[in-house]
Design a protein around this ligand. Structure first.
Ligand code: ZN
Length: 133
C-alpha cells in the first residue's frame, strides 16, 4: 500500500505541494528536458509511422456500420441514386445516405423508411428547401 491512508489524501497532498512549489517544479522540469532532450531514433520513427498507417487502414466501427447500411439499402432499393436515378457503383467514397425527412426537422437516422441511397455529389448539391418529400 502507499503512504496515504486513502487515495484522496495522496492526491490532496500532491495538489497542495504543487500549489506551493509549482514554479520550482516547472523550472526543474525545464532543466530536466534541457539535459535530457527527447531523441527519436529512425527505428522508433518507422515503428510509429507503421502503427499510424495500420490504424488508418483498419476499418473503424463507424465505417463498418456505414457499409452495413449501404448494403441494406442496396438490397432494398437497388443500385440507384434516389435523386438522379442513375446507378451507384459500390464505392463508399461516392455513396451517401440521404434522410428523406432531414435530421434537423426531426427525421430519424435509425428509421429504415427515412433513409435511401444517393450519390454523395447529388446529396450535397441538393437544395435544402426541396428536401421534404
Ligand atoms: Zn445521383
Amino acid at each position: 500500500m502507499g503512504r496515504w491512508a486513502t487515495k484522496e489524501q495522496g492526491v490532496e497532498y500532491r495538489r497542495r505541494y504543487y500549489l506551493a512549489n509549482g514554479e520550482k517544479m516547472r523550472a526543474q522540469a525545464r532543466e530536466y528536458r534541457k539535459l535530457h532532450p527527447v531523441v527519436v531514433t529512425p527505428e522508433q520513427r518507422r515503428k510509429l509511422h507503421a502503427l499510424r498507417k495500420q490504424r488508418a487502414g483498419g476499418l473503424t466501427e463507424s465505417r463498418i456500420f456505414r457499409r452495413l447500411v449501404h448494403a441494406f439499402l442496396r438490397q432494398r432499393d437497388g443500385d440507384m441514386c434516389w435523386l438522379c436515378g442513375l446507378t451507384i457503383c459500390d464505392d463508399p467514397r461516392i455513396v451517401s445516405v440521404d434522410h428523406v425527412l432531414p435530421l434537423s426537422q426531426g427525421g430519424r437516422a435509425d428509421d429504415p423508411r427515412n433513409i435511401r441511397l444517393t450519390h454523395l455529389k447529388c446529396n450535397m448539391s441538393r437544395p435544402k428547401k426541396s428536401r421534404e418529400v
